[in-house]
Write a protein that binds this ligand. Sequence first.
Ligand code: ZN
Length: 141
Amino acid sequence: MTGAEYLARFHGEDLEVAIFHPQAGAVNLYDTKRFANTKQRDLARATLTTCPVPGCRHAADHCEVHHVTAWSRDGQTNMDNLAVVCRYHNRTNDDDPDHKHRGRIEIRAGTPVWVSPRGRPAANTTHQYGAMHLLFGKQRE
Ligand SMILES: [Zn+2]
């Protein structure tokens, strides 16, 4: 029995359940009414509630879904490669890891985090109610 089958059988169709792994991050979202892209967007918004760039106050609901490894660099549209990032920081992200100017989003311990051009990760502590923080504790870097 799959997770989706279990939920449909015992909890009906109106329940939405997200599964998170302590290291891999968002694993899956069970909701039979939604398409995969919507599920991925919902999981990305549940993982972080704001853009991951320190000090940025753009809420995840108003962010774009960013490919951590750029689509143009064969980055896949999978949860381990997606993050919500505001429009401005999505445009200024260093998509080329060897071209370091403004910093870039990386996924560390299952959570998107901004990494400075010198390679130092820094969390956005503006709003710490993302699922990974709530489920597994301290601000993840
Ligand atoms: Zn931002």
